[in-house]
Ligand binder design. Structure first.
Ligand code: CA
Ligand code: CA
Length: 232
């Protein structure tokens, strides 16, 4: 025998309310899709890959080894390299090159493009000139030959002394050599693609990048740092 379900007034009301709720959820999901639609792959101008150099004689269980190209990085449309031409300071005077070369757009693996800082934990700091919403930071240390730079740490802040709103975006100093806290990010081999650090829309004016020597020598090097973002 077939059962006939008769909805009472109350049940009908519940059905209507539930229907409305599902409709709202579907609408909210659509909104998310729309927000995603405003993303575009970052256009990062890459330097020439370097084919000469000494192969790496280094291994660590924390070393990331990949033979794949970096997949496109999605960021809101209209985001550009806001570090280009911005002023750079550092923890020490360069022993090669000038600090302004870190934001001059040249990232070719040539000696004349290289900025070198002395041995030990050193940092370079970029002043974006105003608070920005930051989506990605790309750093090229030196990619002529294979090198791993040690204790790579990337932080952002609202003030030049890094006391206000300090955010750590990358830290592969697993044993806290640089006394900024131990990090769990991977070590990696520098190459022509640079290292892209996901900044997840962090709001800041200053970007600081630390390192502590590399597998070839004890010095610290930079060809270029790019900061993809937009003014707040
Ligand atoms: Ca440069
Ligand atoms: Ca360390």
């Amino acid at each position: 025998m077939k059962k006939i379900v008769v909805l009472s007034g109350k049940s009908l009301l519940a059905v209507v309310v539930m229907g409305g709720l599902f409709g709202f959820l579907a609408y909210a999901a659509d909104e998310k899709t729309d927000a995603k639609g405003d993303l575009a792959p970052l256009e990062i101008k890459l330097p020439q890959p370097s084919l000469v150099g000494t192969p790496l004689d280094y291994w660590s269980e924390r070393l990331e080894v990949t033979f794949k190209k970096r997949p496109p990085f999605m960021a809101p449309k209209g985001v550009t390299n806001v570090a280009l031409g911005k002023s750079v300071t550092a923890s020490a005077k360069p022993t090669l090159g000038k600090l302004e070369m870190i934001t001059d757009g040249d990232k070719e693996a040539k000696d004349e493009s290289l900025v070198e800082l002395p041995e030990g934990t050193q940092y370079v700091q970029i002043d974006l000139g105003a608070p920005h919403e930051i989506y990605a930071i790309v750093v090229w240390h030196f990619h002529a030959g294979e090198r791993v730079y040690f204790d790579v740490i990337c932080r952002t802040a609202d003030d030049p002394d890094f006391t206000q709103n300090v955010t750590t975006l990358y830290n592969n100093d697993h044993d806290n050599t640089s006394k900024l806290g131990a990090g769990t990010d991977k070590e990696y081999i520098d190459n022509y693609e640079g290292r892209l650090i996901d900044a997840k829309g962090t709001k800041a004016r200053y970007v600081r990048l630390y390192s502590n020597g590399n597998t070839t020598d004890d010095k610290n090097h930079y060809l270029e740092v790019e900061v993809y973002g937009r003014p707040l």
